[in-house]
Design a protein around this ligand. Structure first.
Ligand code: GUN
Length: 283
């Protein structure tokens, strides 16, 4: 029987901390962090994510603007909008919700955002900083994962960590952050042939593949810590990448879906927005 790491509870604590911090910033700088979120198109899942981000910003006392663009917007026009926001002294964070329509090169979008306003931590200079162990903006989901791991008070140093998934948004940066904490890190992915063997050796598993119930109880070592990043819809119900009910009987700690990593991503985004504000205002 495992302990459940509640992203809901932990993220609420962080959001409260950020709120207090924002009150202090308002006193000191006479302004609050302003996040601008750009949503291209009307994908319902993306819309619900950006609405949640906007609401969290406002609740933390920050300013938030959602700019919605039709999915016919040209790449040139989107890049011009980003450049405009880069130069706007009233804007501290810029987030373009991904994916963008196919006719727009997402790398060009990511590269266009000024590093100091890159609340997602997706700009190559921020990615490089994470890889080099230097100061930089950490991507929100891996940052939230590390906060959850640290909340267990378990030592990460020397542990075997398996990250399943190699996306630029989650898998790769999560692996780098675990490495920074001195874990022995393995990255598995869709072409890995010995997944069960690797999983059974792992003290920490981060599942970020996007396949419902992919991590089953027979793959998990007794006492392992399981972080489930998956968001899959099965028969209208949200489920993660981990077979939660069975795996929780073996894990020492496990994150639920929903109410796990998801809320932590938003809390980390708020922290990143404050960091960007300070980089710009506190020179
Ligand atoms: N789409 C899915 N997750 C994310 C995220 O963390 N940031 C952005 N910009 N788009 C996403």
């Amino acid at each position: 029987m495992s302990n459940i790491i509640s992203g809901k509870v932990l993220s609420k604590e962080i959001r409260e901390e950020v709120k207090v911090q924002v009150e202090g910033l308002k006193e000191k700088f006479n302004k609050v962090p302003h996040l601008v979120v750009i949503l291209v198109g009307d994908d319902p899942a993306s819309l619900s994510y950006v609405t949640a981000k906007e609401r969290a910003c406002l609740r933390a006392g920050m300013k938030s603007t959602l700019i919605r663009k039709d999915d016919s917007i040209t790449e040139e026009a989107l890049l011009a909008l980003i450049h405009e926001l880069n130069e706007d002294p009233d804007v501290h964070g810029i987030l373009v919700q991904l994916p963008v329509p196919k006719h727009i090169d997402d790398n060009k979008v990511i590269n266009a955002i000024k590093k100091e306003k890159d609340v997602d931590g997706f700009h190559p200079l921020n990615v490089a900083a994470v890889h080099l162990g230097q100061e930089g903006i950490l991507p929100a989901t891996p940052k939230g994962i590390m906060t959850m791991l640290k909340s267990t008070n378990t030592e990460i140093k020397g542990k075997q960590a398996l990250v399943i998934g190699r996306s630029n948004i989650v898998g790769k940066p999560a692996a780098m952050l675990l490495l920074k904490e001195h874990a022995t890190v393995t990255i598995a992915h869709s072409r890995t042939t010995n997944m069960k063997e690797l999983a059974l050796k792992a003290d920490i598993i981060v599942a970020a593949v996007g396949r419902a119930n992919m991590v089953t109880a027979d793959m998990v070592k007794e006492g392992a810590i399981i972080i489930d990043v998956g968001v899959n819809r099965v028969d209208g119900k949200l489920v993660g990448d981990v077979d939660f009910d069975a795996v929780k009987e073996k894990a020492s700690f496990i994150t639920p879906v929903p109410g796990g990593v998801g809320p932590m991503t938003i809390a980390s985004l708020l922290q990143n927005t404050v960091e960007c504000f300070l980089m710009i205002e506190d020179k």
